[in-house]
Ligand binder design. Sequence first.
Ligand code: FMN
Ligand code: SF4
Ligand code: SF4
Length: 263
Amino acid sequence: MQLKHIQPVYFSPTHTSAKIVTMIAEGMDIMVNTEIDLTYPSADQKTIPSDTLAIIGVPTYAGRIAPTALERLQKIKGDNTPAIIVVLYGNRDYEDALLELRNSVKQLGFFPVAGGAFIGEHSYSTEQFPTAAGRPDVRDLQIAAEFGKNIIKQLDQYTDIKELPVLDVKGNFPYKENKPKTPATPITIDELCTQCQYCIEICPVETIELKEEIVSDPEVCIKCCACVKECPNGARVFNTPFSEFLFKNFHDRKEPELFDLTR
Ligand SMILES: Cc1cc2nc3c(=O)[nH]c(=O)nc-3n(C[C@H](O)[C@H](O)[C@H](O)COP(=O)(O)O)c2cc1C
Ligand code: SF4
Ligand code: SF4
């Protein structure tokens, strides 16, 4: 198949999905377009043409695609456009997220040709209770680049997308049920906060405000922990019992799982 461009697309509050998508693209010897970053509400609508290979990456939240990612993905459309689909998860499980992503991108006009579930530092990982800290690491990134290279080789064997078989990935349908949202949000340690307002800029759902102090709305917050991980002064803290639970129960290193048209 003649591919002219690679189009990275992601929703990635703490950047792990972005890193893997970028690395898969780097493994290919084809011109890479500027990424479509759906993390912030400002992303424009876009149709990706069929001579372009999209690489679409999103995080797993509670075994499904992060709901805000799914909502923002509706801004992009394919035109029988080949796509590599990627989910990131925090070393617990990705359950139905990759299957949901495969089915969702199909509805948007893409043709999934390969998929991967990669491990990223868990949003709730802390210094005291680390879970998948520092991932994706060098090994994960090598696997991602190699994966990209292999997919291009596989696609070279076909002349038309219509010849390609349906991509099979792990997951169940009906998907795992979404539990009702439990409102919660990080707190600000005022003594550490310099009111630089950086967290306001990077919150994917624009729910952080500077009143007398930095505050966020628990009803709107998606608990992505971008503000916690990126505050330069460590002034945002999300206290959740999940940090310790994850540390105790999902300590053993998991490895990326890859799905392509040969599997
Ligand atoms: C609300 C929420 C739910 C999550 N649910 C899961 C999960 O079910 N399984 C898992 O392994 N990781 C889970 N994670 C961790 C993220 O999937 C993981 O940290 C991912 O790498 C974040 O992607 P990003 O860096 O692109 O934002 C969850 C994180 C959040 C914030
Ligand atoms: S990024 Fe940190 S220091 Fe800056 S305003 Fe937000 S909480 Fe305060
Ligand atoms: S306030 Fe909530 S949604 Fe906004 S960056 Fe922080 S954790 Fe994410």
